[in-house]
Ligand binder design. Structure first.
Ligand SMILES: Nc1ncnc2c1ncn2[C@@H]1O[C@H](COP(=O)(O)OP(=O)(O)OP(=O)(O)O)[C@@H](O)[C@H]1O
Ligand SMILES: [Mg+2]
Length: 261
């Protein structure tokens, strides 16, 4: 990976959270079959910070991220993206807010197979009807450099390795300089080396670009790249680990498992 320095205006610490939820509840299904995927989650995602979300399978991590990103609407409670209450927006306004203000990276890379890497990266700008201006071009070049994708831009996803495809997906997610980057198990399909590269990039985008990142992961060493880890169980927030290391995350998860027994 190259060490190009990416530059972007960053505002000082005292700003409202990039995203916030208040008493968020999400119930899937009805009656006997109802599942309470989120059971009253109130959380702040501080701007310019890297937050990881961990917890057992089915604990509501993806549901929380989807609600925060406006991909799914909660049953009750509030979701705020900066000063905008997503839960009050019309479908159309929500779609626009999502396109302009949120970036996504999923476990499956979700690239369009007929587009080149570069076209995939620039797609969100096209969808948002934004022509890449000089500043954006420069920013894209910085992201592409930092992700070591420069010599792969003309290739289609089918001609790239999994790690390269996920880096293209990360570049695509960052191209609009979203207020919030949401990543759901982005390293789930990657080997150790590709994971480390992607996580290193996400961490740098926070430190050097002032990006806000929230990432679900099952891997304590992936979580250790974050500034803070939120622990979920049964649709609730049940713990936090500040300045996480793989060891402290494992320990906290162990304590929770003990307490839940
Ligand atoms: N579309 C849906 N319809 C019905 N139930 C759902 C739906 N999506 C999620 N659920 C349920 O909601 C609960 C939380 O799911 P969620 O996907 O948020 O868990 P998760 O913590 O992301 O799990 P994993 O680690 O396996 O990805 C689970 O019980 C799941 O079965
Ligand atoms: Mg999930």
């Amino acid at each position: 990976m190259t060490t190009t320095t990416l530059s972007r205006d960053t505002t000082p610490a005292a700003q409202p959270p990039a995203a916030r939820t208040l008493d968020l509840v999400k119930v899937y299904g009805r009656g006997e079959a109802a599942v309470r995927a989120l059971d009253g989650v109130g959380v702040d995602l501080p701007a310019g910070r890297f937050t990881a979300v961990m917890g057992p399978s089915g604990s509501g991590k993806s549901t929380l991220l989807h609600c925060v990103a406006g991909l799914d609407s909660p049953t009750s409670g509030e979701v705020w993206l900066g000063g905008t209450e997503l839960t009050r927006l019309s479908d159309k306004a929500l779609t626009l807010a999502r396109r302009r203000r949120v970036g996504f990276v999923f476990q499956s890379y979700n690239l369009l197979p007929m587009l080149t890497a570069e076209q995939n990266i620039l797609l969100p700008l096209r969808l948002a009807d934004r022509r890449p201006d000089a500043e954006t071009r420069e920013w894209v070049t910085g992201v592409v450099d930092a992700l070591a994708l420069g010599d792969r831009l003309a290739h289609r996803p089918g001609e790239l390795s999994g790690g390269q495809q996920q880096r293209v997906a990360a570049a695509r997610a960052l191209v609009t300089r979203p207020d919030l980057l949401v990543a759901d198990e982005p390293t789930g399909a990657l080997d150790r080396h590709s994971s480390a590269e992607l996580l290193g990039f996400l961490a740098r985008s926070v430190r050097e670009l002032g990006q806000t990142v929230v990432m679900v992961t099952h891997d304590p060493s992936a979580a250790s790249y974050a500034d803070e880890v939120l622990l979920m169980a049964d649709g609730r927030l049940v713990g936090r680990v500040a300045e996480p290391t793989a060891e402290s995350v494992l320990e906290a998860m162990g304590r929770l498992a003990e307490a839940g027994r």
